[in-house]
Each structure stands twice: as structure tokens, then as C-alpha cells.
Design a protein around this ligand. Structure first.
Ligand code: AMP
Length: 382
């Protein structure tokens, strides 16, 4: 990959910076860590610039070849990883309206890293890019076409960096070419989404214009009747911001049970707490909904893949997600599912019609790879 041996990967949140220094080819990690509570009262880190300077003071700056940034929303403009210049930075800023919770922190990370490392090329890797080729029927909302076009209202999809590396790893694990495979991938983390992948391409995904649509998440509602928003504003004296806060931060597992972490929900449900049982039930019901939909959209699947925090670690969620689906070819081997393995693995019984896999994701490594890939296309040093 054109001599890029060390990429400084940054995943910047509103009050946190997650980083890794990684060799994009071997995956060898030079350093990694997390700075939290940026800008909070009593914190040693007043802003993102200070966070990144602090991280760099502990690293060998001279050994870094490039910087890779995770950016959530690329809109219609950024359909692949892109070398950052002032114009790209402005473009990402303009997309903040579409992703108000997610793009502004990414932009702070870009600005801080460009100021701290002006001599290095920096690349933005977009969560939406993997879904850019989704068929129009999956991409479009059934609303007035003029309004949709004027405001960029369509389904974009997210978690694409994860889907790319997980689908490649699944093909490797199966020893089959990715372009022959029909995959259903369930990225179940704090944010959660499902994607139908045919021949390595996203053909449908559960998140939409923003990362709010689709599955039940830690604090996000996922799918609901859009008229609920209207009703709450008309009849419950809620403002636009109140509804935003309700659906993004006080819904999902947290809203249903008072607990946003799946581990706690499962423990409480096992203790017989009715609200936690319901939260788990709604979560699993929504998974069934999408698994069924994607089997139909793909015309059957070669493999179903679990990934991210919940998908990789929770045997209980995996078992519940596929319970009763043997008639659709989906089965889980209880012993394989319960085994404490960490790496890529099969959890379906031998000879089952659909392989059920657990494949760890690695978004940081994929960002490093795509960063190196962009830079290998030419001499792009600023
Ligand atoms: P991620 O966003 O991929 O880092 O995933 C974070 C989520 O994974 C957290 O909300 C945790 O609840 C969940 N998680 C991690 N380990 C487990 C586990 N053993 N069982 C259930 N959920 C887990």
C-alpha cells in the first residue's frame, strides 16, 4: 500500500477521542487508547485540540505516515474514502445538518489533527460509503419526490466500515469469494443495524437518513410510526428538541427498561424484571423482522453474521435472534454458541443450510486500510 506503514486512526465523539496507531497491512497495533470527558467540568482536557496534542505527546510523531478519520455521514457527495483538503472539510461541515449528533465531533477531530499534523495526508472514511450503491427501491422513502430531492431525504445507511471488513472476513472464513455470497450481517453494538449484502454490495440496510431508523438500540428507538412524532408535538407539548432527545437518548433498551446496556438488561430479565423482559423481547422481535425481510430481499442467504459488542459477546441474544427460524434454514448449535471463543467462528450445526457466524469487527483497522488505499492511488501529500 504505497509505503504507508503507520496510520493514526481517530474516531472522535462529542466528548471523546478513540485512537489507534496501526500498520494497515499487518494490522500490528503501535498504540491505542481513549480520551474521555473532553470539555467536561473538572476534566484535564479542555477541547479536542488538547486531546489530540495530549495523545501525540505520547507517540512517535515522526513514525506516523497518515491520519485516518471516521466520519459518520458522507451524504450524496462522499461515496468513498476521501483525501481531506479545505473543500472536503467544508463539505463534511455542510453535512452536519443531516447528522447533527455525529458529524460535528468528526469535524472537530479533523480540524485538531490537521492543525497538529499539517505535514501529513489525512483521509476521511465514511460510515455511509458502503451503502452508496444501494438500489433505488431500498434507498428511497415513499414521500413526495420533489421534497425528498430538495432536502436530500433518502436512506443512506451506516456502520459501512464495519460491514466492509466483516463481510470480507466472513468470505475468508467460509473460503468462498465474497462476490458469490448472500450475507445478512447484524452489527449489534450500542448503535445497531442490519444489512443485506449480495456479492459484497449493500442491497438494503436498516438505518436510514440518520442512524435512528431500524433496530432497537441502547438509547435509540429504531423504527416507529412517524406520526408518533407529530402526535407528541401536537398533543404532549413536546418541542422538536424534546422529541429528538426522546428518540435518540431516552428510548431503545433504556427507554423500555431503564437500562441501556444489554448485559444489564439480560441480568435484570433473568431476575424476572418485567420491563427488562419486554426490552429484550422487543429487541429480538425487531431482529426477526429484519432477518425475515433480508431473507426475502436476498432470495435466501448463504450466511448470517453477528458482529459488534452485543453480536460478538452475547450468546443469549444470538440464540434468541434465531429461535424458531429453523424452518428458514437458520439454526444455532447451543454448545458452539456458548463457547467462550473470541475469533471468527461458526455457531450453526454441521450441515445446516445457512452458516451462522460470529465475526469480530475492526473498524479502526478498516479505516487504516482505506486511508492507505486512498494514498496508494497517487502522491497525495499536501
Ligand atoms: P459496541 O458499540 O460495538 O462497542 O458495543 C457495545 C455494547 O455491547 C454495549 O452496549 C454492551 O451492552 C454490549 N455488550 C458487550 N458485551 C456484552 C455481553 N457479554 N452481553 C451483552 N451485551 C454486551
Amino acid at each position: 500500500m504505497g509505503g504507508i506503514r503507520s496510520v493514526f486512526v481517530l474516531n472522535t465523539g462529542s466528548s471523546s477521542v478513540k485512537f489507534r496507531v496501526v500498520d494497515p497491512e499487518s494490522g500490528a497495533v503501535g498504540a491505542e487508547g481513549l480520551v474521555e470527558r473532553i470539555g467536561e467540568p473538572g476534566s484535564q482536557t479542555p477541547d479536542h485540540r488538547a486531546a489530540i496534542e495530549g495523545i501525540l505527546s505520547g507517540l512517535d510523531r515522526g513514525a506516523i505516515d497518515a491520519v485516518g478519520h471516521r466520519i459518520v455521514h458522507g451524504g450524496d457527495r462522499f461515496v468513498q474514502a476521501t483525501l481531506i483538503d479545505d473543500d472536503v472539510e467544508r463539505g463534511i461541515e455542510q453535512l452536519s445538518a443531516l447528522a447533527p449528533l455525529h458529524n460535528p465531533p468528526g469535524l472537530l477531530g479533523i480540524r485538531a489533527a490537521r492543525a497538529a499534523l499539517p505535514e501529513l495526508p489525512q483521509v476521511a472514511v465514511f460510515d455511509t460509503a458502503f451503502h452508496a450503491g444501494m438500489p433505488a427501491a431500498a434507498r428511497s422513502y415513499a414521500i413526495d419526490a420533489g421534497v425528498a430531492a430538495e432536502h436530500g431525504i433518502r436512506r443512506y445507511g451506516f456502520h459501512g466500515t464495519s460491514y466492509r471488513i466483516v463481510s470480507e472476513r466472513a468470505a475468508e472464513f467460509l473460503g468462498r469469494p465474497l462476490d458469490e455470497l448472500r450475507l445478512i450481517v447484524l452489527h449489534l453494538g450500542n448503535g445497531a443495524s442490519a444489512t443485506a449484502i449480495a456479492g459484497g454490495r449493500s442491497i438494503d440496510t436498516s438505518m436510514g437518513m440518520t442512524p435512528l431508523e431500524g433496530l432497537v438500540m441502547g438509547t435509540r428507538s429504531g423504527d416507529l410510526d412517524p406520526a408518533v412524532l407529530l402526535y407528541l408535538q401536537r398533543n404532549a407539548a413536546m418541542t422538536v428538541d424534546d422529541v429528538d432527545e426522546l428518540l435518540n437518548r431516552r428510548s431503545g433498551l433504556l427507554g423500555l427498561s431503564g437500562r441501556g446496556d444489554m448485559r444489564e438488561v439480560i441480568a435484570a430479565a433473568e431476575g424476572g424484571e418485567a420491563a427488562a423482559e419486554l426490552a429484550f423481547g422487543v429487541y429480538v422481535h425487531r431482529l426477526h423482522h429484519y432477518i425475515g425481510a433480508y431473507l426475502a430481499i436476498l432470495g435466501g442467504a448463504d450466511a448470517l453474521v453477528f458482529t459488534a459488542g452485543v453480536g460478538e459477546n452475547s450468546a443469549a441474544v444470538r440464540a434468541a435472534a434465531l429461535e424458531g427460524l429453523a424452518g428458514l434454514g437458520l439454526q444455532v448449535d447451543a454448545a458452539a454458541n456458548a463457547a467462550p471463543d473470541r475469533g471468527p467462528r461458526r455457531i450453526s450445526p454441521a450441515g445446516a443450510p445457512v452458516d451462522v457466524l460470529v465475526i469480530p469487527t475492526d473498524e479502526e483497522l478498516q479505516i487504516a486500510r482505506e486511508t492507505a488505499g486512498v494514498l496508494a492511488q497517487g502522491d497525495l501529500r499536501p
